[in-house]
Write a protein that binds this ligand. Structure first.
Ligand code: GLY
Length: 390
């Protein structure tokens, strides 16, 4: 699937003020992802022509509201169409049926009409929940994403996945509902805690590892500039990731083929994340870093790549400062292989009882595999964990 998008800043269309527009090509539902510093305070310029005479509402969380709500509300006041703001508690617990139903009822109470817009200002939790509500209120209203976390800017705000969590697992209830615009203001990333920023970086690096070796090489050379929030490096990181995601979503909107490649490291990563209890102990992006390293190690054992390639990937994540092995997860106990395989068996990527794994034939050469048996995965994990029960 490789296409080299890392040579220039992005493959997007430059805008006059240094921002770029990257199109997500989905026919009548196509939209742009605008990337640049300072877009939030100018949101009215981009949203106004999508709103007509209808109203818009903002959905955000308490942390994001403190930092970024005021400039957005000021911008929307210029349009005279802002019908209200809903500020929710931060964290995964907000992605629940309870929060969804009260959010939908609140949207109806504001008078949001069919032609109205829901503006999600926040990270992945707010984007997923607000997008889900937008997809079902009045059988679907418009939706704009203003992602404030690195993970949301490089991945989750693009492509239309929405959803909530249930006791059975994460994101098992949801819809595909594409936004009509994504505003990725890279200046907002300056206020992110360093640990959260590094966890988001992993999802950007994923695009290099799955389909763009040159981008991964650029990251190896330039990660220090990215971690130091150098504006040009950040623009390139976000732009190249979004261009990669847009190309995949345009080919496979509903994840029947190539979109599965975005799950590189996620089958292992979700199992480790679930075992760690979805807590501050291990952030999602950190779990994905461990999962990607496990996937590359498995590919070494399967004879698909040289061991040096897996070592190169782990060395890069270690340099960035994210965990690369289950043993790096803080806390005394480690899981056993059987526990992780059982969790993997409940993953929504299981089809016909077979694990779906994203494997690689090299950096930037990912493919979907359903050929690796559960026993092989179990024995591999047991060796990784030094598990005597293997
Ligand atoms: N974050 C993976 C996807 O959107 O498919």
């Amino acid at each position: 699937m490789t296409a080299d998008r890392s040579r220039g800043a992005t493959s997007g269309t430059p805008l006059p003020d240094g921002a770029v527009a990257i199109p997500v090509d989905l026919g009548a539902r196509s939209y742009d992802v605008l990337i640049g510093a300072g877009l939030l305070a100018r949101a009215n310029e981009f949203i106004g022509n999508r709103l007509g005479a209808a109203k818009c509402v903002i959905v955000t969380d308490e942390n994001v509201a403190q930092r970024h709500l005021a400039p957005l509300e000021t911008a929307l006041q210029r349009l005279g169409r802002h019908a209200g703001t809903r500020i929710l508690p931060p964290g995964e617990a907000t992605k629940s049926f309870g929060a969804l139903s009260s959010l939908c009822e609140w949207m109806l109470e504001t008078g949001l009409e069919r032609g109205g817009l829901v503006i999600a200002l926040g990270g992945g939790v707010i984007g997923d929940l607000a997008g889900f509500a937008a997809s079902i209120v009045r059988r679907g209203v418009g939706f704009v994403q203003i992602p404030t976390s690195l993970l949301a800017q490089v991945d989750s705000s693009v492509g239309g996945k929405t959803g909530i969590n249930t006791p059975q697992g994460k994101n098992l209830v949801g819809t595909f509902h594409q936004p009509s615009l994504v505003l990725a203001d890279t200046a907002l990333l300056a206020t992110l805690p360093a640990r959260e920023f590094r966890a988001g970086y992993v999802e950007a690096a994923k695009f290099g590892l799955l389909g763009d070796a040159q981008f991964f090489g650029w990251l190896e050379q330039n990660y220090r500039a990215v971690l130091a929030h150098d504006p040009a490096a950040l623009a390139r990181l976000v732009g190249t990731s979004v261009a990669g995601k847009a190309a995949i979503v345009a080919r496979d909107e509903t994840e029947t083929g190539d979109r599965m490649l975005l799950n590189l490291g996620h089958t292992f990563g979700h199992a480790v994340e679930a075992w760690a209890g979805y807590s501050q102990r291990l952030l999602h992006g950190e779990a994905v870093a461990i999962g990607i390293c496990l996937a590359f190690e498995l590919c070494t054992e399967l004879g698909l790549i040289d061991a040096a390639i897996a070592q190169r990937v782990a060395a890069h994540f270690a340099a960035v400062g994210v965990p690369t092995h289950i043993a790096d997860v803080p806390g005394a106990e480690t899981p056993d292989a059987a526990t992780l395989v059982k969790i993997m068996g409940q993953d929504k990527k299981v089809r016909d009882g077979k694990l779906t794994l994203i494997l690689v034939r090299g950096i930037g050469k990912a493919f979907v595999s359903r050929d690796v048996s559960t026993e092989t995965v179990h024995d591999f994990l047991a060796r990784q964990l030094g598990d005597k029960s293997a």
